[in-house]
Structure formats: structure tokens, C-alpha cells
Design a protein. Structure first.
Length: 192
């Protein structure tokens, strides 16, 4: 058991008989006689639906322990991604909606910890920041009233995001998976 003020992203908990995974949790301390609250964004591990939930800071929550197994990503189709245990060669399918924003960043033969809850796969523990190559970029766009100049870039995996004007096609960049934003040029990439 945890109290709600200790919730962190990645924690699995049981609410109203269902298992939910915490996607984001933010604690707001109370003032005066007001107690603090924790606002959490949760995803149902069976259905993939998301929901906002508000807890009193001292409210006890039932934590569900997740089993993690390193598995190799093989391929994905329109509905699911297939992973293989490299030791037993057992294959497991995970619905794409349970993978969330990490799904397009999976590459063949990538090994990631797959999370299991009560023997059923519910998602993967994906790195927060990944390195990806830029497939093509558009000319820079300067909007009125701002000093920042950004341009659109399509990555090798098909994801489109904004990058600084000095990023060229074929360069590696680091991307924040959850936010879907450019972080920096990949280490070891030479400046052009």
C-alpha cells in the first residue's frame, strides 16, 4: 500500500476492481486547513482507456506488482506489436493502444522490458528519450512575433515533429517519446 502523494508514473494500482497504470501524477500541497491532492492520469491495462483521477494526499492506494521480462521486438501490424522472449522463443502480442506513444519508436530486434500483470502483457518500459534519424525536412518557418524558427521534419519511423533549422536530412536527433518533441542533436553527430 502507498499513499496517493507517493504515486509516480509507471506505478500500477487497483481501483474499483480494475488495474490501472499511472501515466502521470502530480502532487499539489494544500494550504491552511486544505489537505493536499494528487492528480493522476491513468490507463486501464485491459481496455487501454485513459482517465483522470483525483486522490486525497493521504488516501491509501493498492499497488499491483508488475513482472518485467526483457523481450525482443519482432514486428507490428495494424492492431498489435509482437515481442519474443530471447531465451524461450515464446512470442507475445501487445495491442498498440497499450503501448501508447512508444509504438512508432520500436525498431526490429530492439530489446525492451515487457510488463506483465497477472500473467497478461500490458505494455513496455520504454526509454524516455530515443535517438532517431531524420528522413526529410521542410524549409524553416518563422512565425510573426516569435524569435524561434522551427521546421517540420519527418523521421525514419514516420513521426512528424518540429526541429531547429540547423538539423538536416539524415542526421540523428534525440526525441522525448512521451511529448513527441525534439530534445537535441544525437551525440557523435557532426555539425554541418
Amino acid at each position: 500500500m502507498l499513499v496517493a502523494s507517493q504515486l509516480r508514473a509507471g506505478t500500477a494500482l487497483r481501483l474499483s476492481g480494475d488495474v490501472w497504470k499511472v501515466l502521470a501524477a502530480e502532487y499539489h500541497g494544500g494550504g491552511g486547513k486544505m489537505g493536499g491532492v494528487t492528480h493522476a492520469r491513468l490507463r486501464n491495462v485491459k481496455t487501454g482507456t485513459q482517465r483522470e483521477w483525483r486522490f486525497r494526499a493521504d488516501e491509501p492506494v493498492e499497488v499491483v506488482e508488475l513482472e518485467k521480462q526483457p523481450m525482443q521486438f519482432l514486428y507490428s501490424n495494424a492492431d498489435a506489436a509482437t515481442f519474443m522472449n530471447p531465451e524461450t522463443f515464446d512470442q507475445t502480442d501487445i495491442r498498440l493502444e497499450l503501448l501508447g506513444k512508444a509504438a512508432p519508436f520500436l525498431t526490429p530486434e530492439m530489446t525492451v522490458p515487457v510488463e506483465f500483470c497477472e500473467g497478461r502483457p500490458i505494455g513496455v518500459t520504454f526509454p524516455e528519450i530515443v535517438e532517431v534519424r531524420v528522413a526529410e525536412t521542410a524549409p524553416p518557418i518563422h512565425t510573426q512575433g516569435t524569435d524561434n524558427v522551427w521546421k517540420q521534419a519527418r523521421l525514419e519511423n514516420g513521426v512528424v515533429l518540429h526541429v531547429p533549422p540547423f538539423i538536416a536530412e539524415g542526421e540523428g536527433i534525440r526525441v522525448d517519446v512521451e511529448k513527441g518533441t525534439y530534445v537535441e542533436r544525437a551525440k557523435g553527430e557532426k555539425r554541418r
